[in-house]
Design a protein around this ligand. Sequence first.
Ligand SMILES: CC(C)(COP(=O)(O)OP(=O)(O)OC[C@H]1O[C@@H](n2cnc3c(N)ncnc32)[C@H](O)[C@@H]1OP(=O)(O)O)[C@@H](O)C(=O)NCCC(=O)NCCS
Length: 158
Amino acid sequence: MEGDRIEIRPADERDRRPLAHLFAAVAEERDGIAAEPPIDVEKRAANWDLDRTLVALAAGEVVGLVFVIESGFGFGEIGMMVARDWRGRGVGSALVAAAIGWGRESGLHKLTLSVFPHNEAAIRLYRKFGFAEEGRREKQIRRANGELWDLIEMGLQL
Ligand SMILES: CC(C)(COP(=O)(O)OP(=O)(O)OC[C@H]1O[C@@H](n2cnc3c(N)ncnc32)[C@H](O)[C@@H]1OP(=O)(O)O)[C@@H](O)C(=O)NCCC(=O)NCCS
């Protein structure tokens, strides 16, 4: 929706529970991310790696997150999600742009990510920012129902 004000900032202590709740809600969808229910929200909130996370806020509420895990070898791996009601309004784009900026400022030479082949919204989002498909891991992720899902690996040189 035009006019939605989205703020992106580094995560801090007050975000722990909202981050964990967002993660649990997206896991409940059993579609875009590898994690599936049950998610221990209290534990995830307590252990959330705030230093590697950026949050997207709308009217003060956490509506999206991206984390960048530095490898120690110059590349960082990203993961992200946007609250279902907020998708398609540019929140994901704002988060990817911020992650790319954060990666450059941190001296990383590359960002990588893994995405399920059926996740067209995510793949289009990443392509829009120049991420290229670098390979496919077959039957990589075992789902709770026993299905084995492929992963597409994508990367962006910074
Ligand atoms: C993938 C995800 C993060 C995208 O977030 P978003 O806020 O909807 O993204 P945006 O609104 O910024 O849209 C970004 C681009 O994605 C594409 N896109 C968004 N929604 C789409 C849809 N339903 N179908 C196809 N493409 C879509 C478009 O190319 C769009 O760019 P454009 O608006 O300039 O054309 C979000 O759908 C999500 O959280 N999904 C569940 C969790 C997940 O899959 N995380 C990624 C794991 S790899």
